[in-house]
Design a protein around this ligand. Structure first.
Ligand code: C5P
Length: 220
C-alpha cells in the first residue's frame, strides 16, 4: 500500500530515444539515454502514482512497480500513448522523439553503391501535442532540451503545446544527454523554479514533488 500524494493517480510517461528505420538493420536516432525519464517514473511511482512507462530502446532496467511498454518509432510511440492515456490523469513526455522519420524504409538491407546517397525524411507527429488535443483535462508535463535561449524556448513550447508544466535543460557540449547529472528550469503558467545541478535521481525526486504539487493545485 502506497499512500503518497499521487496515490491512485494514473500516469503515462514516455522516455528514451525513438528509432526511425532506414532498412531492417539501420536506423536514425539520438543520444538520449532515457535516464531522466526512468528516474522520474521511479520518483512518481514512489509518490503513489500508477505509472505506465512507454520506452524507446534503452539499457535501463524497469523501475520497481512500474509497467513498461517497449517501442521503437515515433509513430509507435504516438499509437501507444493515445492508447495508454485512456483513463489516465497525467501524461509526462520525457522521450526524445525524433523530429523526422525516413520515408519508405527499405524492406531489404540497402547495398552500398554510389559515392553519395540521400534519404528523404518526413516530419514525425508531435506526440505530446496530440495527447493534449485528445484530452484537454489531462495534466501534461513536457521537457525541452535547448542549446540557447532556454527560458524563451521553453515558455514558447509550454504555450504552443498547451502543457501544464515544462522542464527545460541545457544540452550539447557534454551536458545532460547520457550523463548522470543535470540541472532543470521548470516553467508553468504563472511560475517557475530552478532545480540546480544534481544527480538525475535527486532531480527526479524534486521534479516529481513539484509535479505533484502543481497537479494537486490544478485539481482543486
Ligand atoms: O518541440 P520539442 O521536441 O523541443 O518539444 C519537446 C517536448 O515535446 C518533449 O516533452 C517531447 O517528449 C515532446 N515531443 C513529442 N513528440 C515529438 C517531439 C517532441 O512528444 N515529435
Amino acid at each position: 500500500f502506497n499512500a503518497g500524494p499521487l496515490h491512485g493517480v494514473r500516469v503515462v510517461l514516455t522516455a528514451g530515444p525513438t528509432r526511425e528505420a532506414i532498412d531492417p538493420v539501420r536506423y536514425i536516432s539520438n543520444r538520449s539515454s532515457g535516464k531522466m525519464g526512468y528516474a522520474l517514473a521511479a520518483a512518481l511511482q514512489a509518490l503513489g502514482a500508477n505509472v505506465t512507462l512507454l520506452s524507446g530502446p534503452t539499457n535501463l532496467s524497469t523501475p520497481a512497480g512500474v509497467l513498461r511498454v517497449d517501442l521503437e518509432s515515433a509513430e509507435q510511440l504516438l499509437e501507444e500513448s493515445l492508447r495508454a492515456v485512456a483513463g489516465a490523469q497525467m501524461f509526462v513526455g520525457a522521450a526524445a522523439v525524433a523530429d523526422y522519420r525516413v520515408d519508405m524504409p527499405a524492406d531489404e538491407k540497402i547495398k552500398k553503391a554510389d559515392a553519395t546517397m540521400s534519404l528523404t525524411l518526413s516530419r514525425n507527429p508531435d506526440v505530446i501535442a496530440a495527447v493534449r488535443q485528445r484530452d484537454a483535462k489531462l495534466f501534461v508535463v513536457g521537457f525541452a532540451a535547448e542549446t540557447e535561449k532556454l527560458a524563451e524556448h521553453a515558455r514558447a513550447k509550454l504555450e504552443r503545446k498547451k502543457l501544464d508544466m515544462i522542464a527545460a535543460n541545457w544540452v550539447g557540449h557534454g551536458r545532460a544527454f547520457d550523463r548522470d547529472d543535470n540541472a532543470l528550469s521548470i516553467f508553468w503558467n504563472g511560475g517557475e523554479r530552478e532545480l540546480p545541478q544534481a544527480s538525475k535521481s535527486e532531480l527526479a525526486r524534486q521534479l516529481a514533488s513539484l509535479i505533484a504539487e502543481r497537479f494537486l493545485a490544478a485539481r482543486n
